[in-house]
Design a protein around this ligand. Structure first.
Ligand code: MN
Length: 231
């Protein structure tokens, strides 16, 4: 094949205890998947079907080692959302929840960085959240821990500190829609593919960061990520 333009870069994630990497295909994100976070966003945490939004593969930043991300344009309200990240190893459509975990390659700690002003403005006008959520380097993600090595965590402390101060603290057991259920529903809308990434939603405590802040995000069993915001 002769490309007229240079091929876009691959965006990849490190795999824990391996020299192999995962090429990221698409990034799907679950909205409002912890009740206490739904409430802090002014919404009822009823168990309506889960909903999804997306980020481009270029949102992904390898945070297997401490990393910096630039403060993005068009916001003065740049928020952290600590999340359990799922990497799919096997695709499929209409995947039953009971088999969904067989499609998981591994798990990681990630941040769904958000331009909250743009998201809320869009939400309140009935417009897409797109530019609040979907921008370059908005998803720092740590090393992927293979399910073959660690199994499928159903309970684990999830936390975020900023400059050493606690901001978010919960447990992935509090997900309204489990990883398996989220994959099952998502696969009814779109045929999933290997390398697709699912960010499963954030617990309460989202808040703003500014240039110079250092975020430490952790999920028990999946290690931690250190992400510095630069001007
Ligand atoms: Mn999120």
């Amino acid at each position: 094949m002769k490309l007229a333009l240079q091929a876009p870069p691959l965006h990849t994630l490190a795999i824990a205890n391996s020299d192999e990497r995962v090429a990221v295909n698409r990034v799907f994100c679950v909205g409002r998947n912890y009740a206490a976070h739904a409430r802090e966003m002014g919404k009822d945490p009823d168990r309506e079907a889960p909903f999804f939004f997306m980020k481009p593969a270029s949102a992904v930043v390898d945070a297997a080692a401490p990393v910096s991300v630039p403060y993005p344009p068009q916001t003065k309200n740049y928020h952290h959302e600590i999340e359990l990240v799922v990497v799919l190893g096997k695709g499929g459509r209409n995947i039953p929840a009971a088999q969904a975990l067989d499609h998981v390659y591994g798990y990681a700690v990630g941040l769904d960085m958000t331009r909250r002003n743009l998201q809320l403005e869009a939400r309140d006008k009935g417009r897409p959240w797109e530019f609040g959520k979907s921008f370059s380097q908005s998803a720092p993600i740590g090393a992927v821990h293979r399910a073959a090595d660690i199994g499928h965590p159903a309970e684990a402390a999830i936390s975020l500190t900023v400059n050493g101060q606690a901001r978010q603290s919960s447990d992935i057991a509090k997900l309204i829609w489990s990883v398996a259920e989220s994959i099952a529903v998502l696969s009814e809308f779109e045929e999933l593919q290997p390398g697709d990434v699912l960010m499963t939603g954030t617990p309460e405590g989202v808040n703003a960061v500014v240039a110079g802040d250092v975020m430490l995000g952790a999920i028990s069993g999946l290690g931690q990520i250190e992400v510095r915001v630069t001007a």
